[in-house]
Write a protein that binds this ligand. Structure first.
Ligand SMILES: C[S@@+](CC[C@H](N)C(=O)[O-])C[C@H]1O[C@@H](n2cnc3c(N)ncnc32)[C@H](O)[C@@H]1O
Length: 218
């Protein structure tokens, strides 16, 4: 617990002191290794991500949904790496006009489609199987969300360039990421690509921490 609190202190301090994050990061320079789809498939089948439905695991979703709805009432949201579409549970209260979730793991999409069958039938929700690095649609959205997945999707700048045409004018990128030194590097890259509309940290007594933000890309 003492170590966890020390680590959280460093992570928080490095938010506006990148040099500190660079200094304290373990295995500096080591790139993220994206897990193959087969691993995600197996973990979804084994129920590893059932915990993501628990209330104490969804504070970041609730904060991001509130940030979005505050600026875009009844928002149109595209979520990349959506898993079972659990983020929709946080958005639901704001009456989103549209939620499209994309994930490359079939068991995740199947589970989510069963859970959200009612909303899928009305056309409010679509859960699609697709690779988040290359997915494309003619629809436009107020916000493209990357919740706990941006580190699996390659370089940040080309990724955001790819999704920019799917944003309506004035639209933004929504982000949640586990608060940890290596992913924070990606946050700095995203931050450098536009105007930060909102940025906050969620910290829980059990040791959970997420960065939650919206950025309007230039
Ligand atoms: C930690 S889970 C987060 C799920 C969801 N966004 C949430 O916040 O509850 C990361 C998700 O990213 C998905 N993912 C990883 N790489 C992907 C890719 N290249 N294309 C689409 N989805 C991907 C995984 O299948 C997994 O569902």
């Amino acid at each position: 617990m003492v170590y966890m609190r020390w680590r959280r202190f460093i992570e928080l301090a490095s938010l506006d002191r990148p040099w500190l994050g660079d200094l304290m990061e373990k295995r500096k320079g080591e790139a993220f290794r994206a897990a193959p789809v087969e691993r995600w498939d197996q973990e979804y089948r084994d129920g590893v991500y059932d915990r993501l439905h628990r209330s104490d695991q969804r504070h970041h979703h609730r904060l991001l949904a509130a940030m979005i709805a505050d600026r875009w009432p009844h928002p149109r949201v595209l979520e990349i790496g959506a898993g079972e579409g659990v983020f929709f549970e946080a958005l639901r209260a704001y009456g989103p006009a549209r939620y499209v979730g994309v994930d490359f793991s079939q068991p995740a999409v199947v589970k989510g489609s069963e859970r959200l069958a009612g909303e899928i039938d009305t056309g409010q929700v679509a859960l699609l199987l697709g690779d988040g690095r290359t997915f494309a649609t003619d629809e436009t959205f107020d916000v493209v969300v990357f919740s706990e997945c941006i580190e699996h999707l390659g370089q940040v700048e080309p990724l955001i360039d790819h999704y920019r045409p799917m944003l309506a004018p004035g639209g933004a990128v929504g982000l949640t990421m586990w608060l940890s030194l290596k992913p924070l590097r990606l946050w700095r890259q995203l931050k450098g690509m536009g105007e930060v509309l909102d940025e906050a940290v969620v910290n829980t007594p059990w040791g959970g921490g997420w960065l939650v933000a919206t950025v309007e890309p230039r």
